[in-house]
Ligand binder design. Sequence first.
Ligand code: NAD
Length: 462
Amino acid sequence: MKAHDGMFIDGAWRPAAGPDVIEVVNPADEQVIATVPAGTAEDVDAAVRAARAALPGWAATPPAERAARLAALRDRLEARRDEIAGTVTAELGAPLKLSQTVHAGVPIAVAGSYAELAAAYSFEEKAGNSTILHEPVGVVGAITPWNYPLHQIVAKVAPALAAGCTVVVKPAEDTPLVARLFAETVQEAGIPAGVVNLVTGLGPVAGQALAEHPGVDLLSFTGSTAVGRRIGAIATGMVKKVALELGGKSANVILPSADLARAVNVGVANVMSNSGQTCSAWTRMLVHRDQYDEAVELAAAAAAKYGDRIGPLVNATQQQRVRGYIEKGVAEGARLVAGGPESPREKGYYVSPTVFADVTPEMAIAQEEIFGPVLSVLRYDDEEEALRIANGTVYGLAGAVWAGSEEEAVAFARRMETGQVDINGGRFNPLAPFGGYKQSGVGRELGVHGLTEYLQTKSLQF
Ligand code: NAD
């Protein structure tokens, strides 16, 4: 057990203002592995002041130099890849291979992409007799969740730094250790003091203080819709810019002409990865009635294979919440074909990979985000019905379409109310804008669209 006592403010590790700590638990064996300080409004204030003091210097740093610092950050993350992976496995419970490839690999790629974008982006343009300057928005407050703990920090900090903003990060309470490691790499990369600050702490205390702080110009939040709605309202009321990345209930639409086995197998893998704790997971599989029974059989077999290969959920609350949804699905009349509500192990916050058949669109398990390894398979009669079901939730974050030809899949994807659609198993692209339609959020992360979130324009007329 390691007791950490500092927070990263103004380029140094400083003791917290208050005495409270947060225990970090390994969800695979329920052991406390570390403690970190539980920051208060006083710590947040110190961090915001440091970010504000550092802003003029960083904003005036030439983009090529900001790009060089981001490249150094990418290199430091790469150098510490194994440590990052081990840390995420310890505090989130993700299998080590997933931690290496995704939890460490994706943020390295994203940091690298912003090193390139900062160097290549035109921060000035001409329109008629005007010169338009793209200037940093200012001080960014970044509140992040635990499910992809380093990715979600880097997906905010890297574009903010590329834009010339300074940042205060408040990471999720379940996964503060990789956030601390990130702050160390910021220091190692030679990023000036105060440009990136880290305050660990509880959401309703440190998170809320950051959302409410008058020194924050832009609040970027990733997490649940309930919290996002609340703090988004606070920040908007103060006329701050707000970016929200919230929940999802994405549809995996398998059209009759698709390669059914491939679509089902990739679809199940997509849901089970990271134990289902992925906001963009395709948690609703939509299958034509003529192929339905075969698809259910394939999905149940695929889920059974995951038995021992997925990690636990992040904590006991999430485990109970997910098991509650499985019980609700059974009570609503859906048919359990794999997994179930029983805990598969005595220790650790595990939930069995679970598949429901005979799910109808109005059921809670077809409407609400479960955030666990639970797939709902729904039946449709024709394409119009498939589209109504696909678009029939309050969310619109991601999705997939499978068809015999790309043209057919794209024609369907164009009609989906959602921010991303993978066509016939298209790969994750760290340059593609990521974000939600409807209640899945406001704004976009990643690539050039993620960079422009952190810029505001000034026009000079000649
Ligand atoms: P959460 O909303 O409880 O927590 C997210 C962050 O907000 C944490 O840092 C937390 O400390 C903080 N927070 C909590 N209450 C707060 C308050 N009152 N004021 C300020 N900050 C507060 O969500 P979670 O449990 O960490 O994550 C799971 C949820 O997040 C799921 O619903 C999931 O879909 C969503 N999510 C969305 C995306 C996306 O990109 N759209 C990514 C990951 C997770």
